[in-house]
Design a protein around this ligand. Structure first.
Ligand SMILES: Nc1nc2c(ncn2[C@@H]2O[C@H](COP(=O)(O)OP(=O)(O)OP(=O)(O)O)[C@@H](O)[C@H]2O)c(=O)[nH]1
Ligand SMILES: [Mg+2]
Length: 556
């Protein structure tokens, strides 16, 4: 990583914005810029009006960085939704008998019902939002087809695949699992049988939800019919790889293959299953099981490389436009941005191929990075004021944070301190939440090999198997926000009388590095190395060209 010293840094960045602050050489500036420059930004500065020249009164001059309020594109976006998923029900078994010439009363040949479709989930890099799922609300896998005569099994139900963006968290809210209920009922019945010391199987009875009978059976015949004991509740073999309940998934990586969420229910049994010496031609089959139903809460926490944190109207969206091809909405009022925008900054050395030389968080070579522009943050945002928590959630996952400060809107140092106060209050809240969650998981976790046995009225309590070594739950981890690398983007530097404000900010940032000032988050392990205050004019795309290099170095 090329060493960037603050003194050299400040001098090399400022000549066109603040010529008087410029002290050091052009060579240092070239070193800082690195081999990259922005893919699409280079000639945009020349098209902007001359630096410092006041715009002609009455003339409306719009460009990419200072667009008209209605010049934006907004892709539909949702970062949370509640979804009900239903695994497919099984098809019914079939009651049928062989019919052939010269065979008067053929044997039973009803096929089994097909099993229901499964529900899968997959996090994909191409997905960006949960809005499609938010609209659907209920996703149902297909029901298995019924069995048919001539021992033809029913067809399987259609599977359902839920595709979500990388960074989605899936939490189970509630579930209705008919098989688990049937298993529980079976366990209770077993226990009662054992109490009465009855070894022999109890004869079954006719229940409409469980049994299907031959269509020609009359009600008197049905009353006299003997039913075998109901078969034990069954699950597909696939159900073994289902995540344990309650589901809590953090899909923070691109998934090559889908993951099973809920396996479809088994189909019913055809009448050949009930052939017995005393019942050679059974006139009954079982119905297919009902599919499992779950309510899931999906939450997308954007996994951008750079998160822009700033007060409303600070110029975050303009900065995103200046850095990437984004068409985020820009307006001269607070809360222009109501939902996060993500832009991609492509690093290009103008040789037709990307300059790939840095490795990202996952060790992969990176030729671009993503920037998340989130709604502005006001005082007490951590108490959910303004758009508060809704956006702080996204900041939490960015690898690097850029605090965007409007130099023309009062004391820049105070503004930076306020932003840090909100962010660190949020961090404290999250820490508490995480501890509670870790505790919750510790209590409910049961190591593998533990079996539930049933004795006593409510069944025997869980008896951990002490012979198998316990498997520890992975700790819930997250990088504290304050220990993430960060820097300051002092924007609107083109406006008059912003120089002294910038100088004060720069001095404060320098003092943070040297330890002369405490870190604004007042945390112990807060990031203090390589903090820079970059003056930019996003509206003219000036000064922003050093940001990609800075971000790539910090990402490394
Ligand atoms: N002079 C000047 N004006 C700027 C600059 N950057 C942004 N602005 C203006 O500041 C206003 C707010 O810009 P936005 O980019 O919408 O600010 P924001 O931080 O995204 O605002 P919210 O989405 O409301 O949080 C707009 O009128 C911009 O034209 C700059 O570098 N110089
Ligand atoms: Mg905005």
């Amino acid at each position: 990583m090329p060493a960037i010293r603050l003194s050299g840094f400040s001098g090399t960045l400022t000549p066109f914005l603040y010529p008087s602050l410029c002290a050091s050489s052009r060579a240092a500036r070239a070193r800082l810029r690195g081999p990259w420059s922005l893919h699409c930004r280079c000639n945009s500065t020349s098209s902007s009006p001359a630096f410092g020249a006041p715009s002609v009164a009455g003339e409306t001059h719009f460009n990419r960085f200072d667009p008209a309020p209605d010049d934006y594109s907004q892709t539909p976006f949702a970062d949370r939704c509640i979804l009900t998923v239903e695994a497919g029900s099984g098809g019914h078994g079939c009651v049928s008998f062989l019919r052939e010439k010269y065979i008067e009363e053929g044997p039973a040949n009803g096929g089994d019902g097909g099993s229901g479709g499964n529900v899968y989930i997959q996090a994909l890099n191409g997905e960006t939002s949960l809005h499609k799922l938010a609209r659907r609300r209920l996703l149902k896998a297909g029901r298995g087809k019924n069995g048919q005569g001539k021992t033809k099994g029913g067809e399987r139900g259609r599977d359902v695949l839920i595709t979500v963006p990388v960074g989605t968290i899936v939490r189970e809210i509630q579930r209705h699992d008919p098989i688990a209920e049937a298993e529980e009922a079976e366990r209770q019945a077993e226990w009662r049988r054992r109490q009465r010391r009855e070894e022999e199987e109890e004869a079954g009875v006719y229940t409409q939800e469980k049994w299907l009978v031959f269509p020609g059976v009359t009600s008197t015949e049905l009353n006299r019919m003997k039913f075998p004991a109901l078969p034990k509740p069954r699950r597909q073999q696939l159900a073994a790889v289902q995540p344990e309940s309650p589901i809590w998934l953090d899909l923070d990586k691109h998934m090559e293959a889908p993951m099973l969420l809920a396996a479809g229910a088994m189909g019913g049994l055809g009448n050949p299953h009930f052939v017995a010496p005393n019942m050679p031609r059974p006139k009954m089959a079982t119905r297919g099981d009902e599919g499992m139903r779950m309510s899931l809460q999906l939450e997308l926490k954007i996994l951008a490389d750079l998160g822009l944190v700033g007060k409303p109207n600070a110029g975050k969206s303009t900065l995103l436009r200046a850095l990437s091809n984004s068409r985020a909405r820009v307006g001269s009022w607070a809360f222009t941005t109501l939902q996060p925008n993500v832009g991609t900054v492509v690093l290009d050395n103008h040789k037709g191929r990307p300059a790939v030389s840095k490795r990202g968080r996952d060790g992969q070579l990176k030729d671009n990075f993503t920037v998340a522009d989130v709604p502005g943050l006001i005082e007490d945002a951590h108490l959910d004021k303004g758009l508060g928590l809704g956006f702080l959630r996204h900041v939490e996952r960015a690898a690097v944070l850029a605090f965007v400060i409007d130099l023309s809107a009062g004391n820049a140092v105070e503004a930076l301190k306020l932003l840090w106060r909100e962010v660190s209050e949020y961090e404290a809240l999250r820490g508490k939440e995480l501890n509670e969650e870790t505790e919750r998981r510790t209590v409910t976790y049961r190591p593998p090999g533990t079996r539930i046995q049933t004795t006593g009225e409510f069944g025997e309590l869980d008896q951990p198997d002490f012979n198998t070594p316990p498997e520890f739950l992975p700790f819930l981890t997250h990088t504290p926000i304050s220990s993430k690398p960060w820097f300051v983007v002092a924007t609107k530097a083109d406006l008059p009388d912003t120089q002294t404000n910038y100088e004060a900010l720069q001095k404060y940032v320098h003092d943070l590095q040297t330890g002369a000032q405490p870190h604004p988050s007042s945390r112990k392990n807060a990031w203090k190395r390589n903090i820079h205050a970059v003056p930019v004019s996003a509206i003219r795309a000036e000064g922003v060209e050093v940001i990609p290099q800075l971000v790539m170095d910090l990402l490394e």
